[in-house]
Ligand binder design. Structure first.
Ligand code: 9GP
Length: 842
């Protein structure tokens, strides 16, 4: 069921023939050659894992051809680059994505089948490179796919953690974290650049020298390590352009342990070498809180320093005038995590290149831009002055200097406005003085954006209000998007084939907006039938996935209702599971013969990781599993209700879960989910949303129509008032009888685990229901009732499912990236022409 619409005419396919040939025989011989010469296994007997490794190497060869040509071409054309700086990338599995983007999936499938291997099973051998926590990291990965596809001259920069986000296991209903050493089987996709290394300094002291009447500052680091480049080719779709995700790994430098070696302390010297390697060993598993740990700051600086050195080396090969830097370089900060890049570039320009402060500031300001991804106060990074000053003494000095000059301007504009000065300052005073990284990012950037219209608006009216008043033109919105290549074409081949037939080509993969032209098919019974068949096949796949991993037998005819995302109080998985209990109690109260009339059978699934230190989130997982245990084993309820916790939610699991979903939950407290991106993936896959008017849900409602979603709950402007109401009333009155009964059932130990679960309920019972779960519960139940009513009418449900998918064009990351390129980066696409036979014939 691979869509083959453009295979015979594919530009890439023809073009690739001029490089490595792509006939069945050529593919087979390249695979077996890798088995023998790369893996040193015999070509007559190799396992599925070896097959995966050899196939990947064979595909990588093809990527490298395109990758080398791409940057050669960019270099010749003297283009402007965008540098995307992110501490996280959740790129997911590479093999299928590469084959799809190179338009070679059909050929590889055939070649492998002929050798006795099923390509789908080969895909399953790949481990997810899970170098991110959640939405922010996955967004960065979707963006790279779009930048490559749209032919933008781009570089992604990040860190090559040896341990990605932990693997989640569920033991006795609790989350257990297991280290994810994702590299233990090697990584065929990366290219280690033994010759691309940069020195990174930490600690040390600053001296001032006067040379030719000018003061110069010299920072001598006392710990020096090396950052080495690992390149990961990112192929564009339907283009030869292939861009680079360059990830840095920390290694010891020879200078590092020189002293210890000289003093004959061999073991001490080795220890310090290990310390250097440790810097990029592990990703911090926090999603919405910052870790004020020195190691985290070292990671941030390593990324920033190595990247800026790399960009400068590239720039200097071509030109000498620093004022030309912004014309050739745009640097995008993915949240504040890489914000030190602003300071690092200032340091190099003033201390090393000898520019005056104002000159250097022009260069920096005009090249940097910053994306904010959250307004949650606990997620806003602030670095203690002591920690920062000890690790990076010169950077702290520069930050003070930037702040001093900035605040002088402010006090001239708003004399004696102390409130403004203190909120705008980069420094937060107090017993523990800190540097506000968001303020640094705003002051040092020419553009600041939020990630959905509502979120961007809240930035200007709340979180960054004073900055907005100062320079309104700096603030923009760039609503997130997701790549249809991975989230429809790879994840849902059945739907892809159907869309190909509807459109008459696979053009929708590059232009999702054209799907709007086919809305009339939503009423066509034949299409509806096919649509339902595709959904059913996807549900079957998930059915087996769940059976194998969770041992639960789902009813395939039941409504698949799914909430998958990081576990957080603001995302309100707790409200979802409390509703499940409500439903369970209601089913039990209903006479057996009435039940099927009143309740639509549902399989309600939860998935997501809790940060290891986030006790409340872990208790939510415990509650879901306790309810699942009780409900799934209740004979009276049977298949009318099943509850499952899907373990270890990650990108590859999402590719199975999302296409199978019929209803998905995006039910955050209004104002707190900046955008959400899985909501977009679900909609593209024809899933209906039950959700609040929050983040990108608001724009999804605009596009697909509120009547095609189940919207409920308080709007952002009502939230504060509801919080106050709760503070002044008894929880039983405020919750109402239906929710109170649910809480009482939990407290009566109906599900066991009383200690943990009572503690969990106290987070909403004790007059501090900050996420207004109690206030939204009734309207949530009503929306759930509307879901049941509609699901009974298969044709109406399917019609809405089709409309959701056909109207989701706005949420392609291609639209988002075009906007960044045009409105922030001032970047032109640069497509490699087909290399002609005579030039490239081998
Ligand atoms: O919580 C936001 C999520 O709403 C958004 O979709 C995503 C990508 O923009 O970023 C998340 N934020 C973070 O992961 C950290 O602030």
């Amino acid at each position: 069921n691979t869509p083959v619409a453009s295979q015979s005419t594919s530009k890439i396919w023809k073009l690739m023939e001029k490089y490595l040939p792509n006939s069945k025989e050529a593919i087979q011989s390249s695979v077996v050659n890798h088995v023998e010469y790369t893996l040193a296994k015999t070509r007559f007997d190799f396992t599925l894992l070896h097959c995966y490794q050899a196939v990947s190497h064979s595909v990588r060869d093809r990527l490298i051809e395109a990758f080398n040509d791409t940057y050669q071409y960019f270099n010749n054309k003297d283009v402007k680059y965008v540098y995307y700086l992110s501490l996280e990338y959740l790129i997911g599995r590479c093999l299928q994505n590469a084959l799809v983007n190179l338009e070679l999936e059909g050929q590889y499938k055939e070649a492998m089948l002929d050798m006795g291997y099923n390509l789908e099973s080969v895909y399953e051998q790949e481990v997810d490179p899970a170098l991110g926590n959640g939405g922010l990291g996955r967004l960065a990965a979707c963006f790279l796919d779009s930048m490559a596809t749209l032919n933008y001259p781009a570089w992604g920069y990040g860190l090559r953690y040896s341990y990605g986000i932990f693997r989640q296991q569920i033991k006795d209903g609790y989350q257990v974290e297991v280290p994810d050493y994702w590299l233990d089987r090697g990584n065929p996709w990366e290219i280690e650049r033994l010759d691309v290394n940069y020195q990174i300094k930490f600690y040390g002291s600053i001296t001032k020298k006067v040379e030719d009447g000018k003061e110069r500052t010299i920072w001598e680091g006392s710990e020096i390590i090396v950052a080495r480049a690992y390149d990961n080719p990112i192929p564009g779709y339907n283009t030869f352009n292939t861009i680079n995700l360059r990830l840095w790994r920390s290694l010891p430098s020879s200078e590092f342990d020189f002293k210890s070696f000289n003093q004959g302390d061999y073991f001490k010297a080795l220890e310090s070498r290990q310390r250097a390697e440790f810097i990029t060993s592990v990703l911090y598993p926090n999603d919405s809180t910052y870790a004020g740990k020195e190691l985290r700051l070292k990671q941030q600086y390593l990324l920033v320093s190595a990247t800026i050195q790399d960009a400068i080396r590239r720039f200097k090969k071509k030109r000498k005038e620093w004022k030309e830097w912004p014309k050739y370089n745009a640097l995008q900060l993915n949240d504040t995590h890489p914000a030190l890049a602003i300071v690092e570039l200032m340091r190099i320009l003033t201390d090393i290149e000898g520019l005056e402060y104002e000159e250097a500031w022009e260069v920096v300001y005009n090249s940097f831009a910053y994306t904010n991804h959250t307004i949650l106060p606990e997620a806003l990074e602030k670095w203690g002055v002591e920690l920062l000053g000890n690790l990076l003494p010169r950077h702290l000095e520069i930050i003070y200097n930037i702040n001093h000059i900035f605040l002088e301007k402010i006090s001239r504009k708003y004399p004696n406005d102390w409130r403004k000065l203190s909120t705008l300052s980069l420094v937060e005073e107090g017993t523990h003085k800190t540097i506000r990284m968001a303020n640094l990012s705003i002051v040092g950037s020419h553009a600041v954006n939020g990630v959905a219209a509502l979120h961007s608006q809240l930035l200007t009216t709340n979180l960054f209000k004073d900055f907005y008043e100062l320079r309104p033109a700096k603030f923009q919105n760039k609503t997130n998007g997701v790549t249809p290549r991975r989230w429809i074409r790879c994840a849902n081949p059945g739907l892809s084939a159907l869309l190909n037939d509807v459109v008459g080509s696979d053009d929708w993969i590059l232009d999702m907006d054209i799907l709007k032209n086919f809305q009339k098919i939503a009423d066509d019974p034949a299409i509806q039938n096919r649509w339902m068949q595709v959904k059913r096949q996807n549900k079957e796949k998930l059915y087996w996935w769940v059976k194998e991993r969770c041992g639960v037998d789902l009813n395939i005819d039941s409504l698949f209702d799914i909430q998958v995302k990081r576990i957080h109080e603001y995302k309100r998985q707790l409200m979802n599971i409390l509703y499940v209990i409500r439903r369970y109690l209601d089913i039990k109260k209903t006479p057996a013969e009435e039940r099927r009339k009143l309740f639509v059978p549902r399989s309600i699934m939860f998935g997501g990781k809790a940060a290891p230190g986030y006790i409340t989130a872990k208790r939510i997982i415990r509650l879901v599993n306790a309810v699942s245990q009780k409900v799934n084993n209740d004979q009276e309820v049977g298949d009318l209700l099943k509850v499952v916790f899907l373990p270890n939610y990650n990108v590859s699991n999402a590719q199975v879960i999302i296409p199978a979903s019929e209803l998905s939950q995006h039910i955050s407290t209004a104002g707190l989910e900046a955008s959400g991106t899985s909501n977009m993936k679900f909609v593209m896959n024809g899933c209906l949303i039950i959700g609040t008017m929050d983040g990108a849900n608001v724009e999804i409602a605009e596009e697909v129509g509120e009547e095609n979603m189940f919207i409920f709950g308080a709007r952002v402007e009502q939230v504060e008032e509801l919080r106050n109401k709760m503070r002044n009333s008894n929880y039983r009155d405020y919750f109402g009888p239906r929710l109170t009964e649910v809480c009482d059932a939990i407290s009566s130990d109906l599900f066991g685990y009383k200690y943990d679960l009572d503690a969990l309920l106290d987070t909403i019972r004790n007059k501090n229901d900050y996420y207004i779960l109690g206030a939204d519960f009734e309207s949530y139940c009503e929306a759930q009732q509307r879901v049941d009513n509609l699901y009974r009418n298969k044709s109406e449900w399917t019609k809405k499912s089709i409309l959701n998918s056909l109207r989701s064009g706005k949420f392609s990351s291609d639209r988002t990236i075009r906007q960044y390129a045009e409105e922030i980066w001032d970047l032109e696409p640069c497509e490699i022409p087909n290399p002609s036979k005579s030039e490239k014939e081998r």
